[in-house]
Design a protein around this ligand. Structure first.
Ligand SMILES: C[S@@+](CC[C@H](N)C(=O)[O-])C[C@H]1O[C@@H](n2cnc3c(N)ncnc32)[C@H](O)[C@@H]1O
Length: 297
C-alpha cells in the first residue's frame, strides 16, 4: 500500500509554529487531545490548571482553523462534562458548530453516587464558515429495536447520536483491534476505534483530502486515512507512540481493515465514490509537500 499517511514525532506546539504546517491546507481535523484528567502520559502533564489547558486548546483550534480550507471540518472529542468549554473554544476560534454528537460508546455506564451514571462522550462537529465543503449523508442499518415491528428496507440516515460504535475498553471487550504491549496490557488506553474515524472521514472528506490529527496517539486517524485514499498527517509527542503508528501504517493489521465495515454503509448513495481511495491525489498530498524537520531545542 502506498504511503498516504505520515506521522511527525513532535510537540504540537512546535509543529503548529513550523513552516511545514503553514504550507499545508487542511480539509478535516480530528481533535482528540489529552482530556486533562490526570491520566498517566509518558510525555505529557495531564493535570494542568484548567485555564492553562483551555488556553492551549484555543491556540490549537485557532491555528488549525487558519490552515483549514473554507468549509473544512473539525471534530473535537471531549468528556461531556466539558461540553461548555469545547463549544466556547470552537466559537471563539472561528469555527461554526454543526452538531454536538453524542457518542454512546456501547460500554457500561460509569456509576455516580450523586448524579446520573455517565454513558457518553461528546464530539463537537464544526466547520470553517457556515457551510460544509463536503458532507455525505451516510445511511446505516443498525439492528431493529425490539419495539419496531417492520424491518427497514434501506436503513437509516446517521444522526447526531452514534450508538453503534464500541469503545475499545479494557479487557476482553477491547478485542483484537486494541494494540497490546508484550505483557498483554493495552498499549494506549485512549486508542480510538477504527469505526469512529471511518464514520467521520466518510462524512466529511473526499479522496485526496488532507486529514490532520494533532494528537495522533496510536494513529487510528492515519490508519483509516491511508485506507480511504485521504492524506493523513499526524503529530505525536511520545516516541513510542510515534513508532507504533509507523508500524501500524507499514503493515495494516486485519483488525484495522476498514473493509469489514463497508456493509454497514451499503444503503448510502454514492458509497463507491465516497469510499474509493483510488482517485488521483491533488496538490495537497502529504507526499508532495516538503518534509518537516523538527526544530532542535
Ligand atoms: C487522547 S490521546 C489520542 C488517542 C488517539 N486518538 C488514538 O486513536 O490513539 C492524546 C495523545 O496526545 C499526545 N500528546 C500529548 N501532548 C502532546 C503534545 N504537546 N504534542 C503532541 N502530542 C501530544 C499523547 O501522547 C497522547 O498519545
Amino acid at each position: 500500500m502506498s504511503e498516504l499517511s505520515r506521522v511527525f514525532q513532535n510537540d504540537i506546539n512546535d509543529f503548529l509554529a513550523s513552516d511545514a504546517f503553514a504550507e499545508r491546507e487542511l480539509n478535516l481535523t480530528f481533535l482528540d487531545p489529552p482530556f486533562n484528567q490526570a491520566k498517566d502520559y509518558a510525555s505529557h502533564n495531564d493535570d494542568m490548571p484548567a485555564d492553562e489547558y483551555w488556553a492551549w486548546m484555543k491556540r490549537v483550534c485557532s491555528a488549525v482553523c487558519a490552515q483549514t480550507a473554507d468549509g473544512g471540518a473539525v471534530y473535537f472529542m471531549q468528556r461531556e462534562k466539558n461540553s461548555e468549554q469545547v463549544l466556547a473554544c470552537l466559537r471563539e476560534t472561528g469555527w461554526t458548530l454543526q452538531n454536538l454528537i453524542i457518542w454512546k460508546k456501547l460500554t457500561s455506564a460509569v456509576p455516580m453516587s450523586r448524579r446520573f451514571g455517565k454513558q457518553y462522550q461528546i464530539i463537537a462537529y464544526a466547520t470553517k464558515g457556515p457551510r460544509a465543503r463536503v458532507f455525505h449523508r451516510l445511511r446505516i442499518d443498525p439492528p431493529l429495536p425490539a419495539n419496531y415491528r417492520h424491518k427497514r428496507e434501506n436503513g437509516l440516515y446517521v444522526t447526531d447520536i452514534w450508538h453503534d460504535i464500541r469503545e475499545l475498553t479494557a479487557g476482553y471487550f477491547a478485542g483484537d483491534e486494541a494494540l497490546r504491549a508484550d505483557d498483554g496490557m493495552r498499549f494506549h488506553k485512549q486508542q480510538a476505534p477504527i469505526a469512529l474515524l471511518l464514520r467521520i472521514m466518510l462524512s466529511s472528506t473526499v479522496a485526496g483530502d488532507v486529514v490532520f490529527d494533532p494528537f495522533a496517539g496510536t494513529g487510528t486517524t492515519l490508519v483509516v486515512a491511508q485506507q480511504l485514499g485521504r492524506a493523513g498527517l499526524g503529530v505525536e509527542i511520545d516516541p513510542d507512540n510515534a513508532a507504533c503508528i509507523r508500524e501500524r501504517l507499514r503493515a495494516i493489521r486485519p483488525a484495522d481493515a476498514i473493509a469489514r465495515f463497508r456493509d454497514d454503509y451499503r444503503f448510502t448513495e454514492n458509497l463507491d465514490e465516497i469510499w474509493n481511495g483510488n482517485i488521483e491525489l491533488g496538490k495537497q498530498s502529504v507526499l508532495n509537500l516538503p518534509l518537516f524537520r523538527p526544530s532542535l531545542p
